[in-house]
Design a protein around this ligand. Structure first.
Ligand code: TYD
Ligand code: MG
Length: 453
């Protein structure tokens, strides 16, 4: 008989046959816990059909046309959802505690309710009176949202069954507990059971459900990753402490593009939408200084300009420091290696710090060239040409590869007053942009042209 896997990582949900200090799957320490099996199997009916009767795609297509999406009334949220809320879908909103998840979802619930949907907001963390106070502070007290403070899954499902709302917000899934499961609230088994019950209820009853999940640092409480596979859409709410703006990022979406972002600003009156993020991210930029490069990136479907800042300084340590904020450390090591071995520019004995200004996190591969330019500019103590944007991918050979959506990047740069672009050779540009292009076939040629090395 196959061995049962009784240990589970509370950070990523991976199952293990035995306990260990570190999860092989996600690398987190001290997150593996023993899991008790469910005392009863998962119940529920099958979707839209008599149990066990398969349907053909053609039958399904004639039976139902795709229902229209409902706008949340918050354009940045609609964008991340792929154009609005899909009925009967399950959405997970993850994020650090205090980042603004409850604020965003209360605003969304109010907006849906004002738009005519029947919205229920279930808080397992705050009393109804506290939620109402928050709503008052946000100017939403008159919105017809129904509030409930509950944590027992059976109570919640009974209420939802009776009320039949169009959308239910569960804040947070980690506070919910099922009396069917023999473990403490917040454990992987409880969080999974709650997410499973709520999403299958939502599918059966044509209700959309939004699950809030706190990203947890310690291993006692399961994180939102353990339920990612059960829902249709996974959104993460990100932001740096000390910065006002917040980014809602779609990391999985069965009904729209993943990687789409929505940008918000946390104000005294709640979250407000930021329609032009490039202007915001570049707002406190000073005159071009050595070490600074403006990257014309694409986040999801929209171009976003931001600034990479690099600092290169002699190290007092035997092992030089490599530190990045907002970008992948492994990718930085790769760019440094390419600069050393393909362009003959050593970084040994130098500490390297790289930062994306404003707290944005960049994953667009076209940022390679902007990072290389910021590093070179810092190392050579020479500013890049003023009013220039940079983008392009760097391969291990040092060759520069054109980035996708070059035209959109250039248009956004032009809109914000930039006049030239440092790009890979053969970048495809369309009509309609007057930026001066500075194309280079490989990194060594760029170094020769711009830094005279
Ligand atoms: P909250 O939505 O409670 O975070 P989460 O649900 O993700 O834990 O947001 C809490 C923070 O947001 C808190 O530090 C205060 C701040 N905030 C504002 O700045 N303005 C506001 O209008 C509100 C409601 C909260
Ligand atoms: Mg909250």
């Amino acid at each position: 008989m196959a061995k049962t896997l009784d240990y589970v990582c509370t950070a990523c949900g991976a199952r293990h046959a035995k306990w260990s200090g570190r999860c092989d799957s996600c690398g987190a320490w001290n997150t593996i816990q023993e899991e008790k099996p469910l005392s009863s199997g998962p119940g529920g009916k099958t979707l839209g059909a008599v149990r066990g009767t398969p349907l053909t795609l053609v039958d399904l297509a004639t039976a139902e046309t795709p229902p229209p999406r409902t706008s949340s009334g918050i354009a940045e949220l609609d964008r991340v959802l792929g154009g609005g809320l899909v009925p009967a879908s399950a959405i997970l909103v993850g994020g650090d505690p205090g980042i603004g998840k409850s604020t965003l979802l209360l605003q969304a619930a109010a907006s849906f309710a004002r738009g005519g949907l029947d919205a229920v907001y279930v808080s397992g963390e705050e009393a109804s009176a506290q939620v109402r106070m928050r709503a008052q502070r946000l100017g939403l007290a008159d919105a017809p949202v129904r509030l409930a403070a509950a944590t027992n899954l059976r109570d919640i499902l009974t209420t939802l069954e009776a009320e039949k709302p169009d959308i239910a917000i569960i804040d947070s899934v980690q506070t919910m507990w099922s009396d069917q499961v023999d473990s403490a609230p917040g454990s992987v088994a409880q969080v999974r059971a709650a997410a499973h019950e709520l999403t299958s209820f939502a599918k059966r009853n044509n209700m959309a459900v939004v699950l809030v999940g706190h990203v947890t640092k310690e291993g006692q409480i399961a994180g939102p990753r353990v339920v990612e596979h059960m829902v249709d859409t996974v959104l993460y709410f990100e932001g740096e402490r000390g910065h006002q703006f917040r980014i809602l990022r779609a990391v999985k979406n069965r009904f729209g593009p993943a990687d789409e972002i929505g940008v918000f600003e946390m104000t005294g009156g709640g979250l407000s939408e930021v329609a032009n993020p490039s202007a915001l991210f570049l707002s406190d930029r000073e005159d071009p200084a050595p070490g600074s490069a403006v990257f014309a990136g694409i986040e999801g479907t929209r171009p976003v300009l931001c600034e990479f800042q690099a600092l290169v300084a002699p190290t007092p340590h035997s092992q030089p420091r490599r530190s990045t904020v907002g970008w992948d450390g492994g990718r930085l090591a790769m760019i440094l290696a390419v600069l050393e071995s393909r362009c003959g520019i050593p970084f040994a004995g130098l500490d390297v710090y790289l930062n994306v200004a404003g707290g944005l996190r960049i994953s667009d591969p076209a940022a390679d060239l902007a990072v290389a330019c910021a590093l070179l500019s810092a190392r050579e103590d020479a500013a890049l040409p003023p009013q220039a944007v940079v983008f392009g991918e760097i391969s291990l050979s040092g060759a520069l590869r054109p980035a996708g959506q070059t035209e959109n990047r250039l248009k956004e740069a032009q809109k914000l007053g930039f006049t030239s672009a440092i790009v890979p050779a053969r970048s495809k540009t369309g009509p309609g942009t007057d930026l001066t292009l500075r194309p280079h076939a490989d990194l060594a040629a760029l170094v020769g042209d711009m830094f005279g090395a």
